[in-house]
Design a protein around this ligand. Structure first.
Ligand code: COA
Length: 265
């Protein structure tokens, strides 16, 4: 296990799956500025390592995924709109790396998943939650606002009506409600959470990386504003699959009735 941000961010790798842990359990894993820096460093390392096929984000302990930004830093780092611009600068590199991460990301959620913490989970490709999770965006209770980027992410997942309900009331919703409105992919018993996520991560890690990359680019492109779309990049990623060693391996393995072994080329 490697520590970042003075141990508040942890990274480990197991058989193709990179695990990133938000580790500030005494504050319900609230996200400090330096944790954003640590997250960015881990994402860089995992993006560059071909052995990492998929990553899992999780919170230390059983009480929270991430309870949002670290409010105790707000007086210093987000006291007004100018300070907020600075805060955005300090955290934007980590945010951009998460938003643009080229491999699949799974958020494994247990406990509170609030505000910026939900923002992190929404940047993941998949969200798997334990029954005891709670989701919410308390921004209106603090007098701050969710960024446009996060609001549009929320709307893309749950639609404008549920987005308004969450943003206007600031109320927390249960895991079951989150699943019903499409905020999470699946809800499982607390004790099954790790195993279910490992199973999903393993099945992704065993599939052809270039196919998954093409799928990720295509899905991301469909939920982007028109002006930010890059159809050419999606088409190039699709074409790369058809020219890949893995495509040959996939069809050969099928004909030979064996499991394919993909290399990501
Ligand atoms: N930032 C900083 N500290 C936080 C925090 C956050 N986002 N969330 C929790 N903490 C701290 C609490 O201040 C408390 O510290 P203390 O032990 O020094 O008093 C500790 O974590 C435990 O929190 P507590 O409220 O006692 O636990 P709980 O289980 O009763 O409630 C929450 C947990 C997450 C529901 C509650 O702490 C909360 O509402 N946090 C703020 C969530 C929020 O507004 N997030 C959006 C930020 S943009």
């Amino acid at each position: 296990m490697t520590q970042y941000a003075s141990g508040r961010m942890l990274a480990e790798m197991d058989d193709g799956v990179g695990l990133i842990t938000f580790n500030q359990p005494e504050k319900r894993n609230a996200m400090s500025v330096d944790m954003w820096g640590g997250l960015g460093e881990i994402l860089d390392a995992f993006a560059a390592d071909p052995a990492v096929r998929v990553i899992v984000l999780t919170g230390a302990g059983s009480k929270a995924f991430v309870s949002g930004a670290d409010i105790s830093q707000f007086d210093k780092t987000r006291s007004d709109s100018n300070a907020q611009v600075e805060y955005d600068k300090l955290t934007s590199a980590g945010r951009a790396k998460l938003a643009g991460f080229p491999k699949p990301v799974i958020a494994r959620v247990r406990g509170y998943c609030l505000g910026g913490g939900l923002g992190i989970a929404m940047q993941a490709d998949l969200r798997i939650a334990a029954v005891d999770s709670e989701f919410g965006i308390p921004a209106a209770r603090l007098g701050i606002a969710y960024s446009y980027e996060m609001v549009s992410k929320l709307v893309s997942l749950v639609g404008p009506s549920h987005a308004r309900m969450m943003l206007y009331t600031g109320a927390r919703i249960t895991a079951a409600e989150a699943e019903r409105i499409g905020l999470v992919n699946r809800v499982v018993a607390d004790e099954d959470l790790s195993d279910v996520v490992v199973d999903i991560a393993r099945s992704i890690a065993d599939n052809a990386p270039l196919s998954i990359r093409a799928a990720k680019l295509a899905v991301d492109d469909t939920v982007r504003a028109d002006r930010d779309r890059n159809r050419a990049a999606v088409e190039a990623a699709v074409a790369a699959c058809f020219d890949s060693v893995d495509y040959r391996e996939g069809r050969t393995a099928f004909m030979e009735k064996r499991t394919p072994r993909f290399v990501g080329r």
